[in-house]
Design a protein. Sequence first.
Lengths: 100, 342, 176
Amino acid sequence: MPTLNDYLVLSAVLFSIGAAGVFVRRNLITILLSIEIMLNAVNLTFVAFGRAFGTADGQIIVFFVMTVAAAEAAVGLAIVIALFRHRESLNPDTFTALKW
Amino acid sequence: MLPVIVGQIAMFVVVLLGLVHAAAGMVWVERKEAARMQQRVGPTRVGPAGLLQPFADVLKLLFKENLRPAAADVLLFYIAPLICAATAFAAFAVVPIGPETTIFGLFDEPLKLQVADVNVAVLVVFAIASMGVYGIVLAGWASNSKYSLLGGLRSSAQMISYELSYGLSLVGVLILANSMSITDIVHAQGASLLGIPSARWFVFLQPLGFLIFMTAGIAETNRAPFDFPEAEQELVAGYHTEYSSMAFALFFLAEYINMVTVSAVATDLFLGGWYFPFVPVSFGWLVFLAKVGALLFFYVWMRWTLPRYRYDQLMSFGWKILLPASVINLLVTAAAVLYFGL
Amino acid sequence: MTLFYLFAAVAVLTSLLVIAQRNPVYSVLLLIASFGALSGLYVLLDAPFAAVIQIIVYAGAIMVLFLFVVMLLNAPHEDTQYDERVHPLLRPGPMRFGAALALLLVVELVWALSSGAPNEQFGPTPVVSVAMIGKSLFTTYAFQFEVTSVLILVAMVGAVLMARREPRADARREGR
């Protein structure tokens, strides 16, 4: 039977895969997808701890995290669309106007 | 005599084959009903009264050439109809067809007439319906053609818009039945209403909810009057323009099975499932099939009677009329349950 | 136990493929598969409600939004100053540094989590029904629930405003 640590290790691995995606990829949409992977890893941690303590709080926090993720994805994608209209590119390296 | 596990596996096979034959039957029903409404006779040559027409159609589709546009994305092009068909079948796994029965002593324990009895079954139906959007949007994208992409995007936007009203109209039923398991909801409708036994159907307690559910269900399955995305006159054939032979047959099959699933879920949740006043519960599955058949007749009737909604009218209807109506229905139901203790 | 390993392997493998794909449409589809595996893990953790809303909300709504944006923008290739023929994860420079950072992160997290909590089995299955979750949401967490609805409203308004095309000020000035 899997123990709590198994779930936590899995969640750590998923979180760092998401972090690697954010660091390495040069495509705005893939970066947003990697952020979603990180949020899911956190959800898994919450549900695992909720099960370990025997309460429903884990699932409730997952509910809120999912809502926040939906809101953030919507606004993030709207910004990506607006940026794409200006520069015809999804590469974050082209948006350097605010650099010194 | 037989262990109940044999019955459960048999149930799986029965549902699978039953759905495929139901889709074939629906092809025949649609053509005959459309013909009669238009004062002609429909197919009569293939088999008695044209009953073998669906099999002739399938044979024709099988022998057609399997085309694929050269610039189409191969993997997605062939996965899309699979997703459509798979989600159509999967949603029927949690729908019960009749009461628990031992089939006249054949099994040790009562066999539940559904493939899986989950205690969040209503949410599972909803989840699988929302996965069905991907088949359509991927079909539109993978075909690499303007008509297909437009049709696919429009169709999926329509489906996700009407999912909201679909789900909200179900919440009224959940409030009345106090459970998310479809079997429990059907049992809650077996109580008596105004002295008539087995008449506490939720369609009488929630008429607006039923109307909203059926309307959203018709929109979810992309049937007329909400079938703009596959309108033959406007978009050639929308998202399945570039498909032929078996892939097209799979889309066709998926559409009819989605219709059957929506009708079956509406029967279980609103029309009392297998309960009918003064009919013994052991004939429950016949009652269920009769009700599903009535709803499917209604579906085909709608297609051949009503004109098609234009796309902006369709979206405006879904967001500005159906969604507020379902919210109001929810509020009124909740207030009535609290006040009248239904 | 085998189910846990199966779902965990699918989740990790598809997540790795998500960040390794060039084509964003494949990335989105692989991420949906990853969400499916996570949903299976939630079912193993006796959380059917979380599993189903993961499919309905994440895989069924948020990913459809991503797919729409990817299809409408239709820009599958990332053009960088790096050599296009080398795979993104193998290029020299800042990318390798980023990958090294992520590796460091995973080692650190696994060490921290393994040496912290006592490694014991889960207790008996708690009786958590959807009714209990709903009751808790509307009583204990009622304020957070209402704030979340305001958050969604703000996000809706923001998304519509951000993605809107600029009104044609010149055309209006010309009196057309």
